[in-house]
Design a binder for this molecule. Structure first.
Ligand code: SAM
Length: 365
């Protein structure tokens, strides 16, 4: 897949209309979204989709005549939502627990189970807070990914709940808000670590990759980076685990990240010294912007599925954004076949370390 193909939006028919989808975006051909879109019933006048992905449920809410708002964290998914709903839905980039209190009659939520328990619990709290008294929450998810636990928690937060559908492991439920929602708890967490002679303090929001410790692959990558890396680009930088140790060593630091909670966390950790952009791969960079060193620990999960297309786009973007004579450093799970991808582009590709992960260096001449 070329970078242009990765960034292209595809028009996709859905019942009663069409949506846009693209590589790296969530929510198409996902049975939990389909179940919720098919069965949710309108209530009141306004609705909030709290995990829209490309917007299948948002579209269903619009079709049922509701004044609809959608809150999304992924830049790749937001690009799809903006292409179709710019004029018809209030689109918000935000945190699912920072909803406007008592603002809507219905909330729809595909449980974001792959983001971890705390993230789902806070999303449910955000839903409870957003609903007006008597408002309804629709949730969909899999019993294999904690649905029963989250349904019980939603009942504690809201009141009466009814299981509406079972379809294999999938479950759909509706709840009614019968009591005021609790206040938001403190959500930021932190940890301190010692890496390469530095003691570093990190703060992070729920749902970010490897919150609470530096990923072992990322730690391997940090060990091979040059002392003076020049102008550095960190693609898929998370809360800043790779970039933070380079503050003071790099001439400049730019971090690109698709996930909004990760962007906010990286801004906390890197401060004024770095540019942190909410970006689907290199989409937020200006044309022709290049760097002397590019670093990455690419993702291989989107919505719980193993997909290499985003990781392939990371490699293509690294090649496009590297100066001649520059190096791309990448860490990956040992079983992932990065070698052919790198060798198709870069002149010299070396494996620098192999342990729990493998660290590779690719040079552009
Ligand atoms: C394996 S994690 C590594 C995070 C961080 N670099 C570290 O070492 O802890 C991969 C990161 O890529 C981000 N990501 C996924 N898809 C992306 C995309 N399309 N554009 C930019 N970042 C993306 C994920 O949100 C995640 O933070």
């Amino acid at each position: 897949m070329t970078l242009a193909e990765y960034h292209s939006l595809r028009k996709t028919p859905v019942p009663g209309g069409y949506l846009y989808t693209k590589a790296g975006a969530r929510g198409l051909a996902d049975p939990a979204y389909e179940l919720l879109a098919q069965h949710l019933e309108p209530h009141g006048e306004s609705a909030l989709d709290l995990n829209p992905g490309i917007g299948l449920v948002t579209h269903a809410l619009r079709q049922r005549g509701l004044d609809t708002q959608a809150l999304e964290t992924s830049r790749a998914s937001l690009r799809c939502l903006e292409a179709i709903f710019a004029d018809s839905v209030r689109l918000t980039r935000g945190l699912p627990w920072e909803t406007e209190p008592d603002s809507t009659d219905l909330v729809a939520l595909v449980l974001p189970a792959n983001r971890g328990t705390r993230y789902v619990e806070l999303s449910l709290l955000g839903a409870a807070r957003a609903l007006r008294m008597g408002g309804r929450l629709w949730i969909a998810g899999s019993k294999d990914k904690g649905f029963e636990h989250y349904f019980k928690l939603a009942q504690e937060l809201l009141g009466f709940g009814l299981l509406v559908k079972r379809d294999g492991a999938l479950r759909l439920a509706v709840l009614e808000k019968e009591k005021p929602a609790p206040d938001l708890p403190a959500v930021w967490q932190s940890f301190t670590c010692h890496i390469q002679g530095q003691t570093l303090h990190f703060t992070y929001l729920p749902g970010v990759f490897s919150g609470g410790h530096i990923d072992s692959g990322s730690a391997m990558l940090l060990r091979v980076l040059p002392e003076q890396p020049g102008h550095v680009l960190d693609i898929g930088g998370g809360y800043g685990a790779l970039s933070r140790p380079l503050v003071g060593r790099a001439q400049s630091l730019t971090l690109l990240e698709d996930d909004w909670p990760s962007v906010l966390s990286a801004r906390q950790n890197l401060g004024e010294k770095a540019t942190v952009l909410h970006s689907d791969v290199d989409e937020a960079l200006t044309p022709g912007q290049t760097f002397s060193t590019i670093i990455s620990n690419p993702p291989f999960h989107v919505g719980g599925l193993v997909v290499l297309e985003t990781a392939t786009a990371f490699v293509e973007a690294a090649y496009a954004r590297l100066e001649r004579g520059g190096n791309f450093y990448l860490v990956a799970n040992r079983f992932l076949p990065y070698e052919p991808l790198l060798e198709a582009r870069f002149t010299s590709v070396r494996t620098l370390a192999v342990d729990s992960h493998k660290v590779m260096q690719a040079r552009k001449d």
